[in-house]
Ligand binder design. Structure first.
Ligand SMILES: Cc1cc2nc3c(=O)[nH]c(=O)nc-3n(C[C@H](O)[C@H](O)[C@H](O)COP(=O)(O)OP(=O)(O)OC[C@H]3O[C@@H](n4cnc5c(N)ncnc54)[C@H](O)[C@@H]3O)c2cc1C
Length: 410
């Protein structure tokens, strides 16, 4: 049975997230926005200790296994929403299970999950990242991936360039983490030749070459990486050896898609955290100016402003329910591609609309740096871009509903 209430078992984790959001994130939100690339070590170390005590908070399996599979993704949705309400850039600096771990979970064997994810339960905070995008392969990935992986005895040799890697610097330079690199073992096979490989921090031939300067989420690093004759063990290819033998099979590529089914609703939850923060602040500032929202009135008797605020509440809450559905399907191991992409599309729209309208409605108060509203407006847009743009997720939704293939609708 679907329940959209917060399960009792995760309440303490969400209360902790709320305390962290209020006391450790909001007070330093402006500082890390203005000091891009300064690493928020206090937050990182505190989160590492807290999440370890809670049994893992990201996409890594920890003690959550004992609680049964239902809890983990629901918990992630509630925690993510709350921490992003605190500060989305800092939330992206949370150690212990990011996009790289999601790929290991989606495509790795049990042995690989243990080998690569155990480090997240160690003494020091560790980051992981995910490198699919290339200068010539964004939305058109993975068919256009040019990074190559050539087998040489017991090793793979990787060559290529990856860009826009969230937490890439933290994974490879600031911690003993890893990067999941998508490379082709057979360029002629296009998307069917693409496979995920784990490159560990410190591997010769893997170098961070650039950090982006961004509009929003400035507390989070976004890196470029060059792979130049980078040798990794044969066993670092995620999945069973079968995915190597069947060069024209789409099994390896499907690992990337499975990763997105897990991470798109997480991005949706994060977007909704920013949207809720904005709506709360908007109502608070309006109330200070004597504008109360009369929720009980018939719509025809409301002011235009009241109707707008009510519409924002509807957008926020309905998208949250959709996001919870996508997460619930993950926990139940049911196919969730449709709900995952739908929640991502909706949440990307909702957060952009709410933050933009708040800045407009409050005039100078919204536009200046007195409050965080202008920052949330800048932080909002990325939710409509990464993990597949709004346009690409709309295509996925349409294909799912119409039962069209990629070739029939692209
Ligand atoms: C801050 C940040 C962090 C990121 N983190 C990561 C990460 O950790 N790992 C990673 O691998 N990537 C990451 N990315 C990359 C991100 O996923 C890509 O930017 C995104 O997939 C879009 O690809 P692109 O930039 O090449 O745009 P393009 O593919 O060139 O698209 C440009 C525009 O065309 C539209 N478009 C493209 N094809 C179609 C179509 N068929 N129909 C309609 N419209 C279309 C797109 O929606 C977009 O609006 C990150 C990006 C940013 C900005």
């Amino acid at each position: 049975m679907i329940s959209f209430e917060m399960p009792e078992k995760i309440e303490h984790a969400v209360v902790l997230a709320e305390t962290i959001a209020e006391n450790m994130m909001r007070p330093v939100s402006r500082h890390f926005d203005e000091n891009e690339h300064e690493i928020p070590w206090d937050y990182i170390e505190f989160m590492h200790t807290s999440l370890k005590a809670l049994g893992g908070g990201g996409l890594t399996p920890g003690k959550e296994k004992k609680e049964g599979p239902r809890i983990s993704f629901q918990r992630m949705a509630f925690q993510t929403e709350m921490l992003s309400w605190g500060d989305v850039g800092l939330w992206l600096c949370t150690p212990g299970g990011g996009l790289g771990a999601a790929a290991v979970n989606a495509a790795g064997t049990d042995e690989q999950k243990e080998r690569f994810l155990a480090r997240h339960r160690g003494e020091k905070p560790v980051f992981d990242a995910f490198a699919l995008t290339e200068p010539h392969a964004g939305s058109a990935m993975p068919a256009e991936v040019r990074t190559t992986a050539v087998r040489d005895g017991d090793e793979w040799v990787l060559n290529g360039e990856k860009i826009f890697i969230t937490a890439g610097h933290k994974a490879l330079v600031d911690s003993q983490g890893f990067l999941v690199v998508w490379a082709t073992i057979d360029p002629e096979a296009r998307r069917a030749g693409v496979r995920p490989f784990v490159v560990e921090a410190g591997t010769p031939g893997c170098k961070v070459t650039k950090l982006e300067h961004k509009l929003g989420i400035r507390a989070s690093d976004t890196a470029s990486v060059v792979l130049d004759g980078c040798r990794i063990p044969f066993e670092n290819l995620l999945g069973s050896p079968e995915v190597v033998q069947k060069k024209k099979s789409e099994k390896g590529f499907k690992g990337a898609m499975a990763t997105f089914d897990a991470t798109r609703p997480v991005v949706a939850a994060s977007a909704l955290g920013i949207a809720r923060a904005t709506l709360e602040k908007l109502k608070e500032l309006l109330a200070e100016r004597g504008v109360e929202i009369r929720y009980g009135l018939p719509r025809s008797r409301m002011t235009n402003l009241e109707r707008e605020i009510v519409d924002m509440e509807v957008m926020l809450r309905s998208t949250w329910l959709l996001t919870l559905k996508a997460m619930w399907q993950m926990d139940e191991r049911k196919p969730n591609t449709l709900a995952a992409s739908m929640s991502k599309v909706r949440a990307g729209d909702v957060v952009v609309k709410i933050t933009q309208r708040a800045v407009e409605l409050l005039g100078p108060l919204g536009y200046t740096r007195e409050y965080l509203l202008e920052k949330w407006f800048r932080d909002a847009k990325i939710n409509d871009l990464y993990e597949g743009t709004g346009q690409i997720n709309r295509l996925i939704v349409a294909r799912q509903i119409l039962d069209y293939t990629r070739h029939e609708l692209s």
